[in-house]
Design a binder for this molecule. Structure first.
Ligand code: HEM
Length: 401
Protein backbone atom coordinates (compact mmCIF):
# COMPACT_ATOMS: atom_id res chain seq x y z
CA UNK A 1 0.00 0.00 0.00
CA UNK A 2 2.90 2.34 -0.41
CA UNK A 3 3.61 4.68 -3.22
CA UNK A 4 1.84 3.80 -6.44
CA UNK A 5 2.85 4.86 -9.95
CA UNK A 6 2.53 8.62 -9.86
CA UNK A 7 0.94 10.49 -12.72
CA UNK A 8 2.79 13.59 -13.80
CA UNK A 9 2.24 16.40 -11.35
CA UNK A 10 0.64 14.19 -8.75
CA UNK A 11 2.06 12.76 -5.57
CA UNK A 12 1.17 9.38 -4.17
CA UNK A 13 1.06 8.92 -0.45
CA UNK A 14 1.55 6.00 1.82
CA UNK A 15 -1.55 4.19 2.95
CA UNK A 16 -0.26 4.01 6.49
CA UNK A 17 2.39 5.88 8.30
CA UNK A 18 3.20 3.45 11.08
CA UNK A 19 1.80 4.57 14.41
CA UNK A 20 -0.32 7.20 12.78
CA UNK A 21 -2.59 8.11 15.57
CA UNK A 22 -0.21 9.68 17.97
CA UNK A 23 3.44 9.65 17.15
CA UNK A 24 5.02 11.83 14.55
CA UNK A 25 5.40 10.20 11.15
CA UNK A 26 6.45 11.84 7.94
CA UNK A 27 4.67 15.14 7.47
CA UNK A 28 1.49 14.30 9.33
CA UNK A 29 -0.09 12.55 6.45
CA UNK A 30 2.12 9.55 5.98
CA UNK A 31 2.94 11.47 2.83
CA UNK A 32 5.87 10.51 0.70
CA UNK A 33 6.87 12.35 -2.45
CA UNK A 34 6.65 10.23 -5.54
CA UNK A 35 10.06 11.26 -6.67
CA UNK A 36 8.75 13.50 -9.42
CA UNK A 37 9.40 16.52 -7.21
CA UNK A 38 7.03 18.51 -9.40
CA UNK A 39 4.58 19.66 -6.81
CA UNK A 40 4.28 20.60 -3.21
CA UNK A 41 0.54 21.15 -3.25
CA UNK A 42 -1.21 19.14 -0.57
CA UNK A 43 -4.24 18.86 -2.82
CA UNK A 44 -2.22 16.73 -5.24
CA UNK A 45 -1.55 13.98 -2.71
CA UNK A 46 -3.13 10.69 -3.68
CA UNK A 47 -3.67 7.53 -1.63
CA UNK A 48 -3.37 4.44 -3.85
CA UNK A 49 -6.70 2.75 -4.44
CA UNK A 50 -5.83 -0.74 -5.68
CA UNK A 51 -4.47 -3.19 -3.13
CA UNK A 52 -5.40 -6.07 -0.86
CA UNK A 53 -7.08 -3.79 1.68
CA UNK A 54 -9.39 -0.84 1.25
CA UNK A 55 -7.88 2.55 2.00
CA UNK A 56 -9.33 4.77 4.70
CA UNK A 57 -8.62 2.43 7.60
CA UNK A 58 -4.87 2.46 8.02
CA UNK A 59 -4.66 5.77 6.16
CA UNK A 60 -3.57 8.49 8.62
CA UNK A 61 -6.86 10.31 9.27
CA UNK A 62 -7.62 13.11 6.86
CA UNK A 63 -9.12 16.40 8.01
CA UNK A 64 -12.70 15.77 6.84
CA UNK A 65 -15.11 12.87 6.95
CA UNK A 66 -18.50 12.22 5.44
CA UNK A 67 -20.13 8.92 6.33
CA UNK A 68 -23.23 8.00 4.39
CA UNK A 69 -25.41 5.01 5.14
CA UNK A 70 -27.80 3.87 2.42
CA UNK A 71 -30.92 1.74 2.26
CA UNK A 72 -31.11 -0.75 -0.59
CA UNK A 73 -33.95 -0.22 -3.05
CA UNK A 74 -36.75 -2.81 -2.90
CA UNK A 75 -35.90 -5.69 -5.18
CA UNK A 76 -32.16 -4.98 -5.29
CA UNK A 77 -30.55 -8.39 -5.77
CA UNK A 78 -27.10 -9.84 -6.23
CA UNK A 79 -26.88 -8.68 -9.86
CA UNK A 80 -27.85 -5.18 -8.85
CA UNK A 81 -25.23 -5.20 -6.11
CA UNK A 82 -22.55 -6.36 -8.55
CA UNK A 83 -23.53 -3.57 -10.96
CA UNK A 84 -23.36 -0.97 -8.19
CA UNK A 85 -20.02 -2.27 -6.94
CA UNK A 86 -18.54 -2.17 -10.44
CA UNK A 87 -19.67 1.43 -10.87
CA UNK A 88 -18.46 2.53 -7.43
CA UNK A 89 -15.12 0.75 -7.88
CA UNK A 90 -14.51 2.56 -11.13
CA UNK A 91 -15.53 5.91 -9.66
CA UNK A 92 -13.44 5.51 -6.53
CA UNK A 93 -10.40 4.34 -8.51
CA UNK A 94 -10.65 7.51 -10.59
CA UNK A 95 -11.62 10.09 -7.98
CA UNK A 96 -8.97 9.06 -5.49
CA UNK A 97 -6.34 9.53 -8.18
CA UNK A 98 -7.57 13.00 -9.15
CA UNK A 99 -9.52 11.93 -12.24
CA UNK A 100 -13.24 12.55 -12.81
CA UNK A 101 -15.72 9.70 -12.76
CA UNK A 102 -17.05 8.53 -16.13
CA UNK A 103 -20.31 10.42 -15.75
CA UNK A 104 -18.87 13.30 -13.73
CA UNK A 105 -20.82 16.48 -14.39
CA UNK A 106 -18.30 18.62 -12.49
CA UNK A 107 -15.01 17.07 -13.63
CA UNK A 108 -12.94 20.07 -12.50
CA UNK A 109 -13.84 19.29 -8.90
CA UNK A 110 -12.04 15.96 -9.20
CA UNK A 111 -8.68 17.62 -9.85
CA UNK A 112 -7.80 17.95 -6.16
CA UNK A 113 -7.66 14.47 -4.59
CA UNK A 114 -6.16 15.76 -1.30
CA UNK A 115 -5.65 12.19 0.03
CA UNK A 116 -9.23 11.22 -0.80
CA UNK A 117 -10.20 7.73 0.31
CA UNK A 118 -13.55 5.98 0.00
CA UNK A 119 -14.20 2.92 2.14
CA UNK A 120 -17.23 0.80 1.29
CA UNK A 121 -19.03 -1.34 3.88
CA UNK A 122 -22.01 -3.71 3.96
CA UNK A 123 -24.84 -3.97 6.46
CA UNK A 124 -26.71 -7.24 7.04
CA UNK A 125 -29.26 -6.49 4.30
CA UNK A 126 -26.63 -6.85 1.56
CA UNK A 127 -26.26 -10.52 2.43
CA UNK A 128 -30.00 -11.10 2.44
CA UNK A 129 -30.51 -9.22 -0.82
CA UNK A 130 -27.71 -11.22 -2.47
CA UNK A 131 -29.03 -14.54 -1.12
CA UNK A 132 -25.79 -14.97 0.82
CA UNK A 133 -26.95 -14.98 4.42
CA UNK A 134 -24.75 -18.00 5.08
CA UNK A 135 -21.70 -15.83 4.39
CA UNK A 136 -22.65 -13.03 6.76
CA UNK A 137 -20.09 -12.69 9.57
CA UNK A 138 -21.65 -13.66 12.91
CA UNK A 139 -20.91 -10.21 14.38
CA UNK A 140 -22.69 -8.33 11.59
CA UNK A 141 -25.83 -7.24 13.39
CA UNK A 142 -26.82 -4.26 15.58
CA UNK A 143 -24.75 -3.98 18.77
CA UNK A 144 -26.48 -5.25 21.91
CA UNK A 145 -28.32 -2.51 23.81
CA UNK A 146 -26.31 -0.58 26.42
CA UNK A 147 -27.71 1.31 29.39
CA UNK A 148 -26.03 4.53 28.30
CA UNK A 149 -27.62 4.42 24.85
CA UNK A 150 -30.20 7.00 23.85
CA UNK A 151 -30.26 5.89 20.23
CA UNK A 152 -32.24 7.84 17.67
CA UNK A 153 -33.31 5.76 14.71
CA UNK A 154 -32.22 8.50 12.30
CA UNK A 155 -28.57 7.67 13.14
CA UNK A 156 -28.82 3.87 13.31
CA UNK A 157 -27.94 0.97 11.03
CA UNK A 158 -27.81 1.00 7.23
CA UNK A 159 -27.55 -1.46 4.36
CA UNK A 160 -24.44 0.06 2.78
CA UNK A 161 -21.95 2.62 4.00
CA UNK A 162 -19.50 4.95 2.30
CA UNK A 163 -16.77 6.46 4.44
CA UNK A 164 -15.38 9.35 2.42
CA UNK A 165 -12.34 11.19 3.83
CA UNK A 166 -10.02 13.84 2.39
CA UNK A 167 -8.03 16.85 3.49
CA UNK A 168 -10.29 19.13 1.45
CA UNK A 169 -14.02 19.40 2.08
CA UNK A 170 -14.90 20.33 -1.49
CA UNK A 171 -13.25 17.09 -2.58
CA UNK A 172 -15.29 15.09 -0.06
CA UNK A 173 -18.52 16.78 -1.09
CA UNK A 174 -17.91 16.14 -4.77
CA UNK A 175 -17.02 12.49 -4.26
CA UNK A 176 -20.07 11.89 -2.08
CA UNK A 177 -22.41 13.48 -4.60
CA UNK A 178 -20.88 11.57 -7.48
CA UNK A 179 -21.17 8.22 -5.69
CA UNK A 180 -24.71 8.85 -4.49
CA UNK A 181 -25.84 9.89 -7.96
CA UNK A 182 -24.44 6.68 -9.39
CA UNK A 183 -26.27 4.68 -6.70
CA UNK A 184 -29.64 6.31 -7.30
CA UNK A 185 -31.22 3.27 -8.96
CA UNK A 186 -29.93 0.93 -6.27
CA UNK A 187 -30.16 2.68 -2.93
CA UNK A 188 -31.20 5.86 -1.12
CA UNK A 189 -29.60 7.85 1.69
CA UNK A 190 -30.51 6.70 5.20
CA UNK A 191 -28.26 9.02 7.21
CA UNK A 192 -25.25 11.22 6.62
CA UNK A 193 -22.74 12.24 9.26
CA UNK A 194 -19.96 14.76 8.78
CA UNK A 195 -16.87 15.09 10.92
CA UNK A 196 -13.67 17.09 11.08
CA UNK A 197 -10.26 17.27 12.64
CA UNK A 198 -7.70 20.08 12.55
CA UNK A 199 -6.98 21.46 9.09
CA UNK A 200 -3.74 20.38 7.47
CA UNK A 201 -0.96 22.81 8.38
CA UNK A 202 -2.68 24.15 11.51
CA UNK A 203 -0.39 22.26 13.83
CA UNK A 204 2.74 20.12 13.64
CA UNK A 205 2.43 16.90 11.72
CA UNK A 206 1.49 13.71 13.52
CA UNK A 207 0.07 15.36 16.62
CA UNK A 208 -2.74 13.41 18.32
CA UNK A 209 -6.11 15.05 17.74
CA UNK A 210 -8.03 16.96 20.37
CA UNK A 211 -11.75 16.36 20.63
CA UNK A 212 -14.25 19.13 21.40
CA UNK A 213 -13.97 18.49 25.14
CA UNK A 214 -10.39 19.64 24.70
CA UNK A 215 -8.88 16.24 25.47
CA UNK A 216 -5.98 14.72 23.59
CA UNK A 217 -7.83 11.78 22.04
CA UNK A 218 -6.22 8.81 20.32
CA UNK A 219 -3.00 8.44 22.28
CA UNK A 220 -3.23 4.77 23.12
CA UNK A 221 -4.56 3.38 19.88
CA UNK A 222 -3.91 0.29 17.85
CA UNK A 223 -1.21 0.66 15.22
CA UNK A 224 -2.94 -0.61 12.08
CA UNK A 225 0.35 -1.85 10.65
CA UNK A 226 2.12 -3.35 13.67
CA UNK A 227 -1.17 -4.68 15.09
CA UNK A 228 -2.63 -5.72 11.74
CA UNK A 229 -4.27 -8.92 13.05
CA UNK A 230 -6.40 -6.82 15.42
CA UNK A 231 -7.73 -4.80 12.52
CA UNK A 232 -7.91 -7.11 9.53
CA UNK A 233 -9.82 -10.35 9.18
CA UNK A 234 -7.54 -13.34 8.79
CA UNK A 235 -9.91 -15.06 6.43
CA UNK A 236 -11.65 -17.33 8.91
CA UNK A 237 -14.76 -15.85 7.33
CA UNK A 238 -13.53 -16.81 3.85
CA UNK A 239 -14.37 -13.94 1.57
CA UNK A 240 -13.56 -11.37 4.29
CA UNK A 241 -9.78 -12.04 4.31
CA UNK A 242 -8.18 -8.60 4.11
CA UNK A 243 -11.44 -6.97 5.17
CA UNK A 244 -12.52 -5.67 8.54
CA UNK A 245 -15.54 -4.44 10.46
CA UNK A 246 -16.62 -0.85 11.02
CA UNK A 247 -18.54 0.24 14.10
CA UNK A 248 -20.04 3.73 13.99
CA UNK A 249 -21.25 5.31 17.20
CA UNK A 250 -22.57 8.86 17.17
CA UNK A 251 -21.74 10.12 20.66
CA UNK A 252 -23.12 13.45 21.80
CA UNK A 253 -20.99 15.48 24.20
CA UNK A 254 -22.93 17.33 26.86
CA UNK A 255 -20.68 20.38 26.48
CA UNK A 256 -23.03 22.75 28.26
CA UNK A 257 -22.74 20.78 31.52
CA UNK A 258 -19.08 19.84 30.91
CA UNK A 259 -18.42 23.61 30.94
CA UNK A 260 -19.47 23.65 34.60
CA UNK A 261 -16.78 21.15 35.62
CA UNK A 262 -13.45 22.44 36.96
CA UNK A 263 -10.19 21.45 35.36
CA UNK A 264 -8.96 18.98 37.94
CA UNK A 265 -12.28 17.11 37.88
CA UNK A 266 -12.13 17.00 34.09
CA UNK A 267 -8.68 15.44 34.34
CA UNK A 268 -9.84 12.96 36.98
CA UNK A 269 -12.75 11.88 34.74
CA UNK A 270 -10.27 10.90 32.06
CA UNK A 271 -7.18 9.97 34.10
CA UNK A 272 -5.08 12.17 31.86
CA UNK A 273 -3.93 15.79 31.89
CA UNK A 274 -5.61 18.26 29.59
CA UNK A 275 -2.53 20.27 28.75
CA UNK A 276 -0.68 17.45 26.99
CA UNK A 277 -2.67 14.23 27.42
CA UNK A 278 -0.09 12.73 29.81
CA UNK A 279 -1.47 10.20 32.29
CA UNK A 280 -1.99 11.65 35.79
CA UNK A 281 0.87 9.38 36.86
CA UNK A 282 3.29 10.46 34.09
CA UNK A 283 5.10 13.34 32.45
CA UNK A 284 4.46 13.05 28.73
CA UNK A 285 1.61 11.92 26.49
CA UNK A 286 2.97 8.49 25.67
CA UNK A 287 4.06 7.54 29.18
CA UNK A 288 2.33 4.35 30.32
CA UNK A 289 -0.39 5.12 32.89
CA UNK A 290 0.48 3.59 36.28
CA UNK A 291 -2.88 2.26 37.43
CA UNK A 292 -1.49 1.15 40.80
CA UNK A 293 0.08 4.46 41.79
CA UNK A 294 -1.40 5.80 45.02
CA UNK A 295 -1.62 9.46 46.05
CA UNK A 296 -1.06 11.09 49.47
CA UNK A 297 -4.55 10.14 50.68
CA UNK A 298 -4.13 6.47 49.87
CA UNK A 299 -6.35 6.59 46.80
CA UNK A 300 -5.24 5.54 43.32
CA UNK A 301 -4.11 8.57 41.30
CA UNK A 302 -6.08 7.33 38.30
CA UNK A 303 -9.46 6.65 39.89
CA UNK A 304 -11.42 3.40 39.62
CA UNK A 305 -14.01 4.93 37.29
CA UNK A 306 -11.66 7.05 35.13
CA UNK A 307 -12.27 6.57 31.41
CA UNK A 308 -8.75 5.35 30.61
CA UNK A 309 -8.84 2.75 33.38
CA UNK A 310 -12.24 1.43 32.33
CA UNK A 311 -11.44 1.50 28.60
CA UNK A 312 -8.12 -0.27 28.77
CA UNK A 313 -7.87 -4.00 28.84
CA UNK A 314 -5.37 -6.61 29.93
CA UNK A 315 -6.65 -8.78 27.11
CA UNK A 316 -4.61 -7.57 24.15
CA UNK A 317 -7.06 -9.25 21.78
CA UNK A 318 -9.80 -6.84 22.92
CA UNK A 319 -8.12 -3.79 21.39
CA UNK A 320 -9.35 -2.04 18.24
CA UNK A 321 -8.53 0.90 15.99
CA UNK A 322 -10.28 4.18 16.82
CA UNK A 323 -10.59 6.61 13.91
CA UNK A 324 -12.93 9.24 15.32
CA UNK A 325 -13.91 12.68 14.07
CA UNK A 326 -15.58 15.60 15.81
CA UNK A 327 -19.00 16.82 14.80
CA UNK A 328 -20.64 20.16 15.51
CA UNK A 329 -24.08 20.77 14.03
CA UNK A 330 -26.91 23.24 14.56
CA UNK A 331 -28.47 22.86 18.01
CA UNK A 332 -32.19 22.18 18.20
CA UNK A 333 -33.15 25.59 19.60
CA UNK A 334 -36.78 24.99 18.66
CA UNK A 335 -36.87 22.24 21.29
CA UNK A 336 -34.74 24.13 23.82
CA UNK A 337 -33.78 27.78 23.20
CA UNK A 338 -31.13 27.66 25.93
CA UNK A 339 -28.99 25.00 24.23
CA UNK A 340 -25.74 26.37 22.80
CA UNK A 341 -24.35 23.51 20.78
CA UNK A 342 -24.85 20.03 19.41
CA UNK A 343 -21.42 18.44 19.27
CA UNK A 344 -19.67 15.18 19.83
CA UNK A 345 -17.76 12.42 18.16
CA UNK A 346 -18.45 10.39 15.08
CA UNK A 347 -16.74 7.47 16.79
CA UNK A 348 -15.58 5.07 14.08
CA UNK A 349 -13.69 1.91 14.98
CA UNK A 350 -12.20 -0.91 12.93
CA UNK A 351 -11.59 -4.39 14.28
CA UNK A 352 -11.34 -7.93 12.96
CA UNK A 353 -14.25 -9.10 15.14
CA UNK A 354 -16.85 -6.78 16.71
CA UNK A 355 -18.05 -9.27 19.34
CA UNK A 356 -14.56 -10.24 20.43
CA UNK A 357 -13.06 -6.73 20.50
CA UNK A 358 -15.52 -3.83 20.59
CA UNK A 359 -18.43 -5.21 22.60
CA UNK A 360 -16.52 -6.18 25.79
CA UNK A 361 -14.93 -2.73 26.04
CA UNK A 362 -18.21 -0.91 25.40
CA UNK A 363 -19.87 -3.17 27.97
CA UNK A 364 -17.26 -2.25 30.59
CA UNK A 365 -17.69 1.45 29.88
CA UNK A 366 -21.44 0.99 30.08
CA UNK A 367 -21.11 -0.47 33.57
CA UNK A 368 -18.82 2.22 35.00
CA UNK A 369 -17.18 5.24 33.37
CA UNK A 370 -17.19 8.76 34.78
CA UNK A 371 -17.26 10.09 31.25
CA UNK A 372 -20.79 8.70 30.79
CA UNK A 373 -22.09 11.70 32.73
CA UNK A 374 -21.12 13.97 29.83
CA UNK A 375 -21.39 11.71 26.78
CA UNK A 376 -24.43 10.01 25.22
CA UNK A 377 -24.45 7.52 22.34
CA UNK A 378 -27.25 8.60 20.00
CA UNK A 379 -26.49 6.45 16.96
CA UNK A 380 -25.10 3.00 16.29
CA UNK A 381 -24.27 0.93 13.23
CA UNK A 382 -22.10 -2.04 12.27
CA UNK A 383 -20.75 -2.83 8.81
CA UNK A 384 -18.54 -5.46 7.18
CA UNK A 385 -15.79 -3.84 5.12
CA UNK A 386 -14.79 -6.11 2.24
CA UNK A 387 -11.14 -6.39 1.20
CA UNK A 388 -9.60 -4.13 -1.40
CA UNK A 389 -9.31 -5.05 -5.04
CA UNK A 390 -6.69 -5.34 -7.76
CA UNK A 391 -7.00 -3.61 -11.11
CA UNK A 392 -9.75 -5.23 -13.15
CA UNK A 393 -11.58 -6.43 -10.04
CA UNK A 394 -14.43 -4.75 -8.17
CA UNK A 395 -14.94 -4.10 -4.47
CA UNK A 396 -16.82 -6.97 -2.87
CA UNK A 397 -15.93 -9.39 -5.66
CA UNK A 398 -14.84 -12.11 -3.23
CA UNK A 399 -18.37 -12.08 -1.81
CA UNK A 400 -20.60 -11.15 -4.73
CA UNK A 401 -18.59 -12.24 -7.76
C1 HEM B 1 -9.07 6.51 25.59
C2 HEM B 1 -12.12 10.22 24.97
C3 HEM B 1 -15.70 7.10 24.03
C4 HEM B 1 -12.51 3.48 24.10
C5 HEM B 1 -9.59 7.78 25.54
C6 HEM B 1 -8.86 8.99 25.83
C7 HEM B 1 -9.72 10.02 25.62
C8 HEM B 1 -10.99 9.48 25.24
C9 HEM B 1 -9.42 11.50 25.76
C10 HEM B 1 -7.42 9.09 26.33
C11 HEM B 1 -6.42 9.20 25.25
C12 HEM B 1 -6.27 7.98 24.39
O1 HEM B 1 -5.62 7.00 24.76
O2 HEM B 1 -6.84 8.01 23.30
C13 HEM B 1 -13.36 9.68 24.66
C14 HEM B 1 -14.55 10.45 24.44
C15 HEM B 1 -15.55 9.58 24.17
C16 HEM B 1 -14.98 8.25 24.24
C17 HEM B 1 -14.62 11.96 24.49
C18 HEM B 1 -17.01 9.83 23.87
C19 HEM B 1 -17.47 10.97 23.38
C20 HEM B 1 -15.15 5.83 23.96
C21 HEM B 1 -15.86 4.63 23.64
C22 HEM B 1 -14.97 3.63 23.65
C23 HEM B 1 -13.68 4.19 24.01
C24 HEM B 1 -17.35 4.56 23.33
C25 HEM B 1 -15.15 2.15 23.37
C26 HEM B 1 -16.26 1.54 23.17
C27 HEM B 1 -11.31 4.01 24.48
C28 HEM B 1 -10.10 3.22 24.58
C29 HEM B 1 -9.10 4.09 25.03
C30 HEM B 1 -9.73 5.38 25.17
C31 HEM B 1 -9.95 1.74 24.25
C32 HEM B 1 -7.65 3.73 25.31
C33 HEM B 1 -7.52 3.23 26.72
C34 HEM B 1 -6.10 2.84 27.05
O3 HEM B 1 -5.69 1.76 26.59
O4 HEM B 1 -5.41 3.58 27.74
N1 HEM B 1 -10.88 8.09 25.19
N2 HEM B 1 -13.66 8.36 24.53
N3 HEM B 1 -13.83 5.53 24.19
N4 HEM B 1 -11.07 5.29 24.85
FE1 HEM B 1 -12.37 6.80 24.80
Amino acid sequence: FLVGGAAAGAVAVAGAGGAWAGRATSPGTGAAPSGTGETSLHGDLRVPFHGPRQAGVETPPQAYLTLVALTLAPGADRDALVRLMRIWTDDVARLTQGRPGLTDTEPELAEVPARLTVTVGYGPAVFTAAGLDDRRPSWLRPLPPFGVDRLEDRWNDGDLVLQVCADDEVTVSHAVRMLLREARDFASVRWLQKGFRRSVGSEPAGRTMRNLMGQVDGTRNVDPVADAPLVWSDGTDGWLAGGTSMVVRRIRMELDTWDEVDRSTREAVMGRRLVDGAPLTGDTEHDEPDLDAVGPHGLTVIGPAAHVRRARTDDQAERFLRRAYSYDVAPDVAADPSVLSSSGLVFVTFQADVDRQFVPVQRRLDEVDLLNEWTTPIGSAVFAVPPGCAEGEFLGQALLG
